[in-house]
Design a protein around this ligand. Structure first.
Ligand SMILES: NC(=O)c1ccc[n+]([C@@H]2O[C@H](COP(=O)([O-])OP(=O)(O)OC[C@H]3O[C@@H](n4cnc5c(N)ncnc54)[C@H](OP(=O)(O)O)[C@@H]3O)[C@@H](O)[C@H]2O)c1
Length: 292
């Protein structure tokens, strides 16, 4: 079916109930996109709904239930996008959380769940949406897939091994995908933020059960780590910067593969390149508080 030229571009965002996903939804809608704002629990859409109504954007935002770990829901969402919107110009794989805990004590179930969300969730959402994106690119002039990765996908931090592994996996998979899709006019970009002020640090902060147990041989070091990240000294940037970057990538005719964002992310990447690894790791260890 031909796509009328004047139809607004359509974006789908996962994890749109809070943080980066919520802000990106509003930012894309303000700039003329129709946004399919997906979230695992539609009861959590109140905040987004209120903001959209206040700005007169409600008719550009289509709320849809999607837990990225649920394969049946992912397939249903892809069918819904095709049947209801007939096109998908921008896919933002944003849903995710950070699991903290000593690698030694993280259960396989905890590690698998981290991967189910941050890695397999993005993989299955992408592969489900790709047939529609492929079918339309000749008519629409291209499509974009954005992966919200992290500086944690480029360098590891103590107690974030599971999160690091899931984002490193996302980096590798996306890099290969970007080459495979290039000739089809579908661009893949990785967004790699440092620390930004969202619910990932509060409501959604997830700590392995062993790390919280006084019986753990790492208990004292865990407490030091939790005190260090909870001491309010860590500066976190405004996540609207990431929403603005997502818009820029969506609008770019030829986006890059990687976008590092945040002063802390830039300095971590630079220091990792310049310093001997032992010295770089000593700096990270000191910041984590676990051996002080
Ligand atoms: N903020 C940072 O400092 C930072 C830095 C680097 C990378 N990132 C990445 O940015 C992305 C967004 O995080 P955020 O900072 O905006 O944190 P956030 O406010 O906690 O948002 C995370 C979103 O993901 C959703 N989510 C979690 N599991 C899901 C699932 N199985 N299916 C669907 N949605 C799910 C959450 O839904 P609920 O509302 O239902 O919990 C929430 O909407 C994540 O991929 C994160 O790794 C964040």
């Amino acid at each position: 079916m031909p796509i009328p030229q004047k139809t607004p571009k359509v974006a789908l965002i996962t994890g749109a109930s809070s943080g980066i996903g919520l802000l990106a939804t509003l930012t894309l809608a303000r700039n003329g996109y129709t946004v399919i704002a997906t979230m695992r629990d539609l009861a959590r859409a109140t905040h987004l709904r209120e903001k959209a109504e206040a700005e007169g954007l409600a008719d550009r935002i289509d709320l849809h239930a999607l837990d990225v770990t649920d394969s049946a829901q992912v397939t249903e969402a892809a069918n819904y996008v095709k049947a209801t919107h007939g096109r998908l110009d921008v896919l933002v794989n944003n849903a995710g959380y950070a699991l903290a805990g000593f690698s030694e004590e993280t259960t396989l179930a905890e590690l698998r769940h981290q991967f189910e969300t941050n890695f397999f969730g993005a993989v299955q959402t992408t592969t489900a949406m790709l047939p529609l994106m492929r079918a339309q690119t000749r008519q629409t002039g291209g499509a974009k897939i954005l992966m919200i990765s992290s500086i944690s996908g480029l360098t590891a931090f103590p107690l974030l091994g599971s999160y690091n592994a899931s984002k490193f996996a996302l980096e590798g998979w996306s890099e290969a995908l970007s080459m495979e899709l290039r000739s089809l006019g579908i661009h893949v970009s990785l967004v790699e933020p440092g620390a930004f002020d969202t619910d990932i640090w509060s409501r959604n902060a997830t700590i392995t059960s062993a790390t919280q147990s006084p019986g753990s041989p790492n208990y004292k070091r865990s407490q030091a780590f939790l005190a260090q990240i909870g001491n309010g000294k860590m500066s976190k940037a405004d996540p609207q910067q990431i929403a603005d970057l997502i818009l820029r990538i969506a609008q770019s005719p030829n986006p890059k593969l990687r976008y590092l964002i945040g002063k802390d992310a830039r300095s971590a990447k630079l220091l990792r390149t310049l310093l001997p690894m032992r010295l770089f790791q000593s700096i990270l260890l000191k910041a984590s508080g676990i051996d002080s």
